[in-house]
Design a protein around this ligand. Structure first.
Ligand code: NAP
Length: 284
């Protein structure tokens, strides 16, 4: 069984997270003596919580809303994935040094490419410029996608576009979230990704894009997974577009964290079915 190792998810709130069920199922399936627990940490205690985790020899952490950016200042080093995205969702305790990683971008990219093939040369419209969108944007451009970013606060879309241009030397366009502009731009896009929280429970009837703004064959990827079938994905089906839900990204980002912590190949299918079961349970 090996030595006991503890892993934490820290965020606020953490109730209803699928990660404990998904990660513990993965540990059990590889017979690892590891346990994963979700802990609510209010922002004012974040520094203390990280110092405590380090002192207690916690082997690794996942970090979720609202701590993905704030946590960086308490870590000893950042991997390239976290430095580029400017956010951390995974921490590894490497013999007393806490190293920050970001697996959101690669998680989304791997899942998307599994479903629709390489994104190289494909024209992508990404909605959002928050933590998840930043990580996804970097991974997409690195993989050769032609990216446009639209965000409610347009200054954040502009800032993200220039950050990527400076970091990766590739041109990225941006625009505000205006229905007419989005409709025009979407005509010439291959892939639409929603990386905003619009459509998430409890506001499940909201969407930034409706069927008449889409075209047949457009790939619509919604990273929101509560609920799995968002209004955006229903609109996509109505338009004859391809609808992909956010559970795949959740599983892939978790699988990459598992591999960073354990050095073992993640049991992706086990993780996927545990996450699905838990989602059914928490959604009632
Ligand atoms: N599937 C997965 O594995 C996975 C992983 C991570 C996150 N997620 C999901 O992704 C979503 C975003 O997470 P995050 O960490 O990036 O959050 P975040 O950093 O808080 O960013 C939120 C984004 O949503 C936009 N937004 C919020 N309300 C809006 C509204 N009413 N109209 C238009 N835009 C709005 C924000 O625009 P402004 O900049 O204008 O505020 C911002 O771009 C959440 O639903 C989260 O559950 C899924």
């Amino acid at each position: 069984m090996g030595p006991l190792k503890l892993f934490l998810l820290i965020g606020d709130p953490v109730e209803g997270s699928l990660s404990p069920a998904m990660m513990n199922a993965a540990f059990r399936s590889l017979k690892l003596n590891h346990f994963y627990v979700a802990v609510r940490v209010p922002g004012k205690f974040l520094g203390d919580a990280i110092a405590g985790a380090k002192k207690m020899g916690i082997a690794g952490l996942n970090v979720t809303i609202p701590h993905k950016i704030a946590v960086m200042r308490y870590l000893d080093a950042l991997d390239e994935s976290a430095a580029a995205a400017g956010a951390v969702n995974t921490v590894k305790n490497d013999r007393g040094r806490l190293i920050g990683f970001n697996t959101d971008g690669q998680g989304a990219l791997r899942n998307l490419e599994e479903k629709v093939g390489s994104v190289r040369g494909r024209r992508v419209l990404l909605l959002g410029a928050g933590g998840a969108a930043r990580a996804i944007a970097f991974s997409l451009v690195e993989a050769g996608a032609d990216l446009t970013i639209a965000n409610r606060t347009v200054s954040r879309a502009k800032e993200l576009a220039s950050l990527i241009e400076r970091g990766l030397g590739k041109r990225v366009s941006f625009l505000p979230l205006n229905r007419d502009r989005l409709k025009n731009v979407l005509r010439e896009k291959d892939i639409l990704i929603n990386a905003t929280s619009v459509g998430m429970r409890p506001k499940v009837n909201e969407t930034l894009v409706t069927a008449e703004m889409m075209h047949e064959g457009l790939i619509v990827y919604d990273i929101v997974y509560k609920p799995l079938q968002t209004r955006l994905l229903r609109e996509a089906r109505k338009a004859g577009a391809v609808a992909l839900d956010g559970l795949g990204m959740l599983v892939r980002q978790g699988a990459l964290a598992f591999e960073i912590w354990t050095g073992r190949k993640a049991p992706v299918r086990v993780m996927e079915s545990a996450a699905k079961e838990e989602l059914k349970r928490v959604m009632g």
